[in-house]
Design a protein around this ligand. Structure first.
Ligand code: ADP
Ligand code: MG
Length: 370
């Protein structure tokens, strides 16, 4: 099922005595989610992710804008008629019910023409349980399950009504690191198998990047960018998106464009033909550095960390805006990383330039400065 969001906006009244302006939790969100895809909705805490999901499932009504499932306008439809499965951030299972009873629960409340016979319900519950591989745990109580198993029960409970749309709000946040990794792969598999249009909310960029067909990056209720994970990583539209994606994060420097040349601090690093003189922020991805004896970017060397095939060079620079520059380079070139300073050449595609004031991307068609 295709989902269309049309100028979707949700404002909450301000509770702040000093400012009476409404909080724009979601502002003018327009997006057509293609049928059968997994969309990662990504952004820092408070940016409007949960509000967006709650609007789509109908738990809250938009201040303005519309939501369509396929060609049907569902904006005024109550949640139970939308055919949506939802897993909440705190996916509370009913502690006194068994796994099976938990999964059956949404089916038992079906009314009228949707009402199912007991055998139908049981077979649907078993099918959902099989999908998430908990069919051998049906008689247990939630307290007898691990965190990962409880998580799967919550997903099975969302799947059992065979929803057209699956909404997952930070579904992995209660799991430890290894289980998170494993469970996210499983969510991906289940999504591929069922082809249910799915929105997966997370504040963890790596999680979103790894399993999504497309990601949506939000900030303060406003969509910043939508695209395939790699496209957004390679071509962020502004400094916020550039900083939000990638581990280790992008290295941000103060710089300028002067006489068609890009400077990081006082180091002339690249040509910037045809670009007006201006103050800029320069973001360099960790993989964008090349150790080179006469490279144009000169940094003070702190230490070298060996990571096997690659090494991580930790250094500083007068124009750097964070605490330590992290660059990942081929271990073969480590002989250049000795002494007080290191010199880097830069890979042009990994150097992203932003206007200092607006933080919007400036496209420079640069080669290395010679
Ligand atoms: P996220 O899920 O990305 O962390 P939310 O969607 O929960 O963010 O919240 C977005 C913004 O809307 C926040 O500033 C939050 O404080 C505000 N907000 C969310 N729900 C309500 C509500 N029921 N009443 C007032 N403000 C709310
Ligand atoms: Mg949330």
């Amino acid at each position: 099922m295709k989902i269309v969001l049309q100028n979707l906006t949700k404002k909450f009244p301000s509770r702040n005595r000093k400012s009476h302006e409404d909080v724009v939790a979601v502002g003018d969100f327009t997006f057509e989610i293609p049928d059968g895809k997994l969309i990662g909705l990504l952004g820092p805490s408070g940016c409007g992710k949960s509000t967006t999901l709650n609007l789509i499932c109908g738990l809250i009504k938009p201040t303005s804008g519309k939501i369509f499932f396929g060609d049907n306008d569902v904006t005024e439809l109550p949640p139970e008629n939308r055919g949506v499965g939802m897993v909440f951030q705190n996916y509370a299972l009913y502690p006194h019910l068994t796994v099976k009873q938990n999964i059956l629960f949404p089916l038992e409340n079906l009314k009228g023409k949707d009402k199912l016979s007991k055998t139908e319900m049981e077979s649907r519950a078993l099918e959902a349980a099989r999908l998430v591989q908990i069919d051998d745990l049906m008689e247990r109580k939630p307290s007898e399950l691990s965190g990962g198993q409880q998580q799967r029960v919550a997903i099975a409970r969302a799947l059992v009504k065979m929803p057209h749309v699956l909404l997952l709000d930070e579904p992995l946040s209660n799991l430890d690191a290894r289980l998170r990794l494993q469970t996210r792969e499983e969510i991906r598999k289940i999504q591929r198998k069922t082809k249910i249009t799915t929105i997966f909310v997370t504040h963890d960029q790596e999680e979103a990047m790894s399993i999504s067909d497309m990601i949506v990056v939000m900030k303060d209720g406003i969509v910043q960018q939508i695209g395939k994970p790699q496209e957004v990583y390679d071509n962020p539209v502004n400094l916020f998106v550039a900083k939000f994606l990638g581990t280790p994060p992008i290295n941000a420097f103060d710089g300028k464009i002067e006489n068609q040349t890009l400077y990081v601090g006082e180091d002339a690093v690249m040509d910037a033909k045809g670009v007006l003189d201006q103050e800029v922020a320069v973001g360099i991805r960790p993989e964008g550095f090349i150790l080179q004896e006469n490279g144009p970017l000169c940094c003070k060397l702190n230490r070298v960390e060996v990571m096997g095939r690659d090494i991580s060079i930790v250094s500083t620079h007068g124009a750097f805006t964070g605490t330590a520059i992290r660059s990942i380079v081929d271990a073969e070139h480590s002989r250049h990383a000795t002494g007080e300073y290191v010199h880097f050449a830069l890979k042009p595609k990994k150097v992203l330039v932003f206007n200092k004031e607006t933080q919007e991307r400036i496209y420079i068609n640069g080669n290395q400065h010679t």
